[in-house]
Design a protein around this ligand. Structure first.
Ligand code: PLP
Length: 423
């Protein structure tokens, strides 16, 4: 995200983050709406230029919000959902059900029924028994669904540090090597109320280059050709990386997608296989870098010759990834520019030693109670993974663009916090 300093204070699109904090409080998620739109357009433009027929859907789990879903619809994106709740949120945003894909490794009958009733046609099937369950429900509802089968390509993420999902031993997909994938295809083709649409894979997350995806496309297309299976669509999942710190690489959308689409075209041509439509489902790369979190500094504790802890007014209830994966973040003091820095630990206020935002992170020596800290690249898997641990209230979320600042999710209220309690 493009943050600039004006009279020392960090600003976004000309709005001071201190003014935004003043109006909406902290902890607060601030998104650059223009950047989200721009990421969608980069994917569209590159895919259009490939000449392939394509669809692209946003993986809603990265950040689920009605206003974001409306924006996604405006940007011609489809939507992936994996639960009744995500689907309900999408339908409330008036998302076109025909552009919603239903995913998940354990869809309940109730969810399948709800989705079909709502007009969702596209299911990503993840297990053999799901085929019969979807078929039975579709038949009962007098409808036919399109199915894409999620396969497990058995691609180990060699030297790359992805968060793997494409290795043999995984809860996701049906293994190609063990013959489960072919069994799945046959079952779907025999099902009376399911149209076999194609194949899906998603080999991991925070992937910063395209070789794993390229290798998987080749494996899958060769496997399809050898088994005489025709598909309409190949869905290559999401997983493209973002820059959390200066050590990370933002996935090169234009070059990466060009390499991927060219591989699909070339592989199909080489073995005389009909080139399918391509589908992508990015999440993190659409919203991740577009979001930041603002916190207010509270207690500052120096342990002589040991460490300095700067505590903020949120923590693992709105920022779980450091505790969960030891994820790294960059922080900046919002209030002023000060180059005299020291390495400190920024800690949350929740009752866990692991409730840390960043270790060994450089912040101005002058950082004190009442100052504002900004944590960068928190647009994906932060709000959506937030919890009420310690009865913390879920933060508010605002979108900022050239047009101004707008609240898209209000801060949770105390009344809401106990709304389900029997008193
Ligand atoms: C999580 C997920 C995505 C999106 O992954 P990102 O890393 O956020 O791009 C796409 N497809 C599937 C099946 C997923 O599980």
């Amino acid at each position: 995200m493009n943050l600039t300093r004006e009279q020392g204070v960090l600003t976004i699109h000309g709005h001071s983050l201190l003014d935004i904090k003043e109006q909406y409080g902290t902890p607060l998620f601030v998104y650059d709406e223009s950047l989200i739109r721009n990421q969608c357009r980069r994917f569209h433009e590159t895919l259009q230029a490939s000449g392939l027929t394509y669809t692209i859907s946003y993986a809603s789990k990265a950040f689920t919000s009605i206003q974001l879903f409306k924006l996604m619809q405006e940007e011609q994106m489809g939507l992936d959902v994996v639960s009744e709740g995500e689907l309900y949120t999408a339908l409330t945003a008036q998302f076109d059900p025909q552009k919603i894909h239903f995913h998940g490794n354990n869809k309940t009958d109730h969810e399948i029924e709800y989705a079909i009733e709502a007009g969702v046609e596209y299911f990503v099937i993840d297990a053999i028994d799901e085929i019969e369950r979807i078929n039975t429900i579709a038949k009962r509802k007098n409808s036919t669904v399109k199915a894409v089968l999620r396969v497990n390509p058995g691609v180990e993420a060699h030297t790359h540090e992805f968060i793997q999902t494409g290795q043999e031993d995984s809860k996701f997909g049906l293994s190609i090597k063990h013959g489960l994938a072919i069994k799945g295809v046959k079952h779907i083709q025999e099902a009376s109320h399911i149209d076999f649409y194609g194949i899906h894979f998603h080999i991991g997350s925070q992937i910063f280059e395209s070789t794993g995806t390229i290798e998987t496309i080749q494996i899958v297309i060769h496997w399809l050709k050898e088994n005489n299976i025709d598909i309409k669509v190949l869905n290559i999942g999401g997983g493209f990386s973002i820059k959390y710190t200066s050590e990370d690489i933002s996935y090169p959308i234009e070059d990466g997608i060009k390499a991927i689409t060219q591989t699909l075209i070339d592989t199909c041509n080489e073995i005389d296989y009909k080139t399918p439509e391509i589908s992508l489902e990015p999440g993190r790369s659409i919203v991740g870098e577009a979001g930041i979190t603002l916190y207010e500094v509270g207690t500052v504790k120096s342990i002589p010759e040991t460490n300095k802890y700067i505590s903020i007014d949120g923590g693992m209830s709105d920022h779980i990834r450091t505790a969960l994966y030891d994820a790294q973040y960059e922080l900046e003091l919002v209030d002023r520019e000060d180059n005299q820095t020291e390495n400190v630990t920024v800690a949350g206020k929740l009752c866990e030693s692991g409730d840390i935002i960043a270790r060994n992170t450089a912040l101005p020596v002058s950082t004190k109670r009442g100052d504002t800290l900004c944590v960068k690249s928190t647009g994906a898997y932060h709000y959506s993974m937030s919890s009420n641990y310690n009865q913390m209230l879920k933060p508010a979320v605002v979108f900022v663009s050239e047009q101004g600042v707008r609240e898209v999710i209000k801060r949770q209220s105390l009344e809401h916090l106990i709304a389900n309690e029997v008193q």
